[in-house]
Design a protein around this ligand. Structure first.
Ligand code: ZN
Length: 51
């Protein structure tokens, strides 16, 4: 799966690794498949307080 933020104005999801997922596709398989290594790495880095 990917990690990302959903735009409140158009519903488009931008993942941590830079992919843009159009509104309506922000469920499967983007967020149900295997973990995206890039997203996980960035997510962990942020969680650890990295700048
Ligand atoms: Zn990713």
């Amino acid at each position: 799966m990917y990690r990302g933020t959903k735009s409140w104005w158009n519903g488009k999801v931008t993942t941590l690794c830079g992919l843009e997922i159009p509104s309506g596709q922000a469920s499967s398989p983007w967020f149900t498949g295997p973990a995206c290594p890039s997203c996980e790495a960035i997510h962990k880095a942020r969680k650890n307080g990295g700048k």
